[in-house]
Design a protein around this ligand. Structure first.
Ligand SMILES: NC(=O)c1ccc[n+]([C@@H]2O[C@H](COP(=O)([O-])OP(=O)(O)OC[C@H]3O[C@@H](n4cnc5c(N)ncnc54)[C@H](O)[C@@H]3O)[C@@H](O)[C@H]2O)c1
Length: 333
């Protein structure tokens, strides 16, 4: 392409699109067929709309020119416009329970990788904290996922608002530490509803959209409780075992439809809660550490990096696996 047209433009320095694409955005060439409409509606801010039938050349922050194909719309963005721009180039993920612990680390890993992440959580306060941290890199939905009947509406709304849904991480979960003889039917059902039934119903609704859109990736957060016989976690163990079974069953149904379904089984992962629990129980702490070949607990970030890999195209031939992220605990002697 001949470089006979040089157009230099000023741009909103807070433009999320330019930042995530590592661009200074001064366009140094565009095809003659392009339609260029610069307007300056608000002081420094520039409105520029380019439709190009051939690639544009854009200079990156590293000083190198790179081709940018397609549709570029930079302006003094409204929230909706920002989302539309992200939708042009980026993947969109849902992370349930993405405000704290493992879910928050997964959200951070995804947004750092440029994945627009919709956090669904029932904890309003945590959702506000996440909003302050992640800003417009995420969408935020206050919702109790155990309200299964409303899930189809929820997924419809999210797709209308944010566009194609490419990734679902079923992370939200609750724990119940109680001996089987003391666990009531109601308590058992509550854990099954959150940790198992939600995983099925939400996966089904999101998969319908993914199939219409040519595929996607689903990741379930299980637990090593699904592999062990552990005391005092009967309901949790039942639910997580079901999650691993569903991972395999959904894999064979949905692989031909372009959806990969995987799971991660985290071991003992450092969190305020788990640290407190183990610090107050030296015997249990000793047991955990002595059977973990790596001799330490994991960090939420170590689960998050495995999650990012499994949902990414780098794992394009991986489906139906349950990946332990446990420092070797599950094979420790
Ligand atoms: N932390 C660990 O060591 C560990 C180990 C193995 C597996 N896991 C699994 O990882 C996942 C995350 O664990 P965590 O330790 O980060 O837990 P956490 O309690 O810190 O976070 C769970 C999140 O899910 C949300 N949530 C719960 N029920 C919900 C519902 N009905 N609707 C919407 N949101 C809901 C909570 O508000 C919370 O934000 C869980 O599935 C858990 O079973 C954790």
């Amino acid at each position: 392409m001949a470089r006979d047209t040089t157009i230099r433009i000023g741009i909103n320095p807070t433009c999320g699109f330019c930042q995530t694409n590592n661009l200074n955005i001064f366009i140094i060439e565009c095809s003659l067929k392009s339609l260029l409409t610069p307007k300056s509606p608000k002081g420094d801010f520039f409105k520029l709309l380019i439709f190009s039938s051939s690639p544009l050349w854009v200079r990156g922050k590293n000083g190198k020119d790179q081709q940018f194909e397609g549709f570029l719309y930079c302006t003094h963005y409204t929230e909706k416009q920002k989302r539309l721009i992200m939708m042009q180039q980026k993947k969109t993920a849902i992370v349930t329970g993405g405000t704290t612990g493992l879910g928050k680390a997964i959200t951070k890993a995804f947004t750092d990788a440029g994945i627009f992440t919709i956090i669904i959580d029932l904890n309003k306060e945590n959702l506000e904290t996440a909003k302050a941290e992640f800003g417009d890199k995420c969408g935020y939905e206050l919702f109790d996922l155990t309200n299964l009947k409303e899930l189809p509406n929820l997924v419809d709304t999210l797709e209308k608002r944010y566009g194609k849904l490419n990734i679902l991480v079923n992370n939200a979960g609750i724990h119940l530490k109680k001996f089987a003889l003391e666990t009531s039917d109601e308590e058992f059902q509550k854990v099954i509803q959150t940790n198992q039934n939600v995983v099925f119903a939400l996966s089904r609704e999101v998969a319908k959209k993914m199939i219409d859109n040519g595929g996607g990736s689903i990741l379930n957060i299980s637990s090593m409780a699904a592999q062990y016989g552990m005391p005092q976690v009967i309901a949790y163990t039942a639910a997580k075992t079901a999650v691993e079974g569903m991972t395999r069953a959904l894999t064979v149904e949905w692989a031909p439809k372009g959806i990969r379904v995987n799971a991660i089984a985290p071991g003992f992962i450092y969190s305020k809660m788990s640290a407190n629990a183990l610090d107050n129980d030296p015997e249990r702490k000793q047991k955990v550490f002595s059977r973990t070949p790596m001799g330490r607990m994991g960090n939420p970030e170590e689960v998050a990096s495995a999650a990012l890999f499994l949902v990414s195209d780098a794992a394009s031939y991986i489906t139906g696996v349950v990946l332990p992220v446990d420092g070797g605990n599950s094979i420790g002697f």
